[in-house]
Ligand binder design. Structure first.
Ligand code: MEV
Length: 313
C-alpha cells in the first residue's frame, strides 16, 4: 500500500495577469490536504478509482469516464503510468479523499492529481522529481481549466512558496519572516475556466487597457517578492491592496468578496484581496498572531462560510 498527499494553495498576488506572462506568487495551504491510497487489488479486477468526494467508483479503461472530474482523474492515472513505463494492465484500487474545498480557488483538482501521481510512483517503485510531478499534473489541469498558467500544479507539487512566470521561471523561495493568512470563503462557487475565459474576452476587446492592468499587477508582484524576502509584511499588505484594485478593474471581484475584504481590513489585517479566479471563491487577508482571531471573527460576521488560518514559512 502507498499513500500520496498534497496541500491546497492560494495565489498571494498575480492571478489572471500570470496567464498573460506576468509573474505571480503562490503559497501552499497545508491545513487542507488531498490523499490518495493505492493498494493491490484482486487479480483480474483492473484499476479502480474510488472517489469518495465525487461519490463515484469507476474502472480505468481506454474509454474516458463520464464527467470532467472523473475524466481528469483517469487522465492522471494514464499519464502517470505512461511516465513510469507501465501499462494500465494492473490490478489496483486507488482511494481518494480530500479536505481541500472544491471550486473555491484552493487548487482542489491539482491537489488530488498530485496525490495520485505520488501514490502511484511510490507503489510502483518509480522515481519522480517535484518537477516531473508538476508536469504530469499540468496535463490534468488542461482538462480542468482549459488554459492554465501552470502556477497551481507548480506550487502544489513543490509544496513551497513559488515565484512563477509562465514558461520561464518557477522559483521556490523562503520568506524572510513567516506570516499568517486568513482565508475567507464567500460560499459562492467559482469556475476558473469561466472567469479566465471571460477575462480573455475582455482583453480581446480592449487589449491596451487590459495589458496595462496586467503589467501593473506584474510590477506589484515583483515588489512583493522583495518585500517577502526582506520580511516586510506592512509593504506586502500594501501591495496586496494595490493588487486588489487592479483585480477589481479587470472585473474579477464581486460584492461578496469586497464585503469580506473590507471586514478583514477593518479588523486589523495588513492587506486583503481576492485569491484565484475571483467572482466567488476565496479572499485572503494578511494577519499576525495578534490579529488573526479578530480577523477570522470579522470574516464570519461578514458572511464567510468558512475561515482557514494558515502559516506560511
Ligand atoms: C487560478 O488559481 C489562477 C488564475 O490565474 C488562472 C491560472 O493561473 O491558470 C486565475
Amino acid at each position: 500500500m502507498a499513500v500520496g498527499t498534497a496541500p491546497g494553495k492560494v495565489i498571494l498576488l498575480g492571478e489572471h495577469a500570470v496567464v498573460y506572462g506576468q509573474p505571480a506568487i503562490a503559497v501552499p495551504v497545508t491545513h487542507v490536504q488531498a490523499t490518495a491510497v493505492v493498494e493491490d487489488a484482486p487479480a483480474g479486477t483492473g484499476i479502480t478509482i474510488v472517489a469518495r468526494d465525487l461519490g463515484r467508483r469507476f474502472r480505468i479503461s481506454n474509454r474516458e469516464p463520464r464527467g470532467r472530474a472523473a475524466a481528469a482523474l483517469a487522465r492522471t492515472v494514464h499519464n502517470t503510468l505512461r511516465r513510469l513505463g507501465r501499462s494500465i494492465d494492473l490490478d489496483l484500487e486507488i482511494t481518494l479523499s480530500s479536505t481541500v474545498p472544491i471550486g473555491r480557488g484552493l487548487g482542489s483538482g491539482a491537489a488530488v492529481a498530485t496525490a495520485i501521481v505520488r501514490a502511484l510512483a511510490q507503489h510502483l517503485g518509480g522515481y519522480l522529481t517535484s518537477r516531473d510531478v508538476s508536469d504530469l499534473v499540468y496535463q490534468t489541469e488542461l482538462l480542468h481549466h482549459g488554459t492554465p498558467s501552470g502556477i497551481d500544479n507548480t506550487v502544489i507539487a513543490f509544496g513551497k512558496p513559488v515565484y512563477f512566470i509562465r514558461d520561464r521561471c518557477d522559483e521556490v523561495f523562503w520568506p524572510g519572516r513567516p506570516f499568517w493568512l486568513a482565508i475567507g470563503d464567500t460560499g459562492i462557487p467559482s469556475s476558473t475556466r469561466r472567469v479566465v475565459a471571460d477575462v480573455r474576452d475582455r482583453w480581446q476587446r480592449d487589449r491596451p487597457t487590459y495589458d496595462a492592468h496586467f503589467a501593473a499587477i506584474g510590477a506589484l508582484v515583483a515588489q512583493a517578492r522583495e518585500a517577502l524576502i526582506k520580511g516586510d509584511l506592512h509593504e506586502l499588505g500594501r501591495l496586496m491592496i494595490a493588487n486588489q484594485d487592479e483585480l477589481r478593474a479587470i472585473g474579477t471581484s464581486s460584492d461578496a468578496l469586497e464585503r469580506l475584504i473590507a471586514a478583514a481590513m477593518a479588523a486589523g489585517a495588513l492587506g486583503a484581496k481576492l485569491s484565484g479566479s475571483g467572482r466567488g471563491g476565496n479572499m485572503i487577508a494578511l494577519v499576525d498572531e495578534t490579529t488573526s482571531d479578530a480577523v477570522a471573527a470579522a470574516l464570519r460576521c461578514a458572511g464567510a462560510q468558512g475561515v482557514i488560518i494558515t502559516r506560511v514559512s
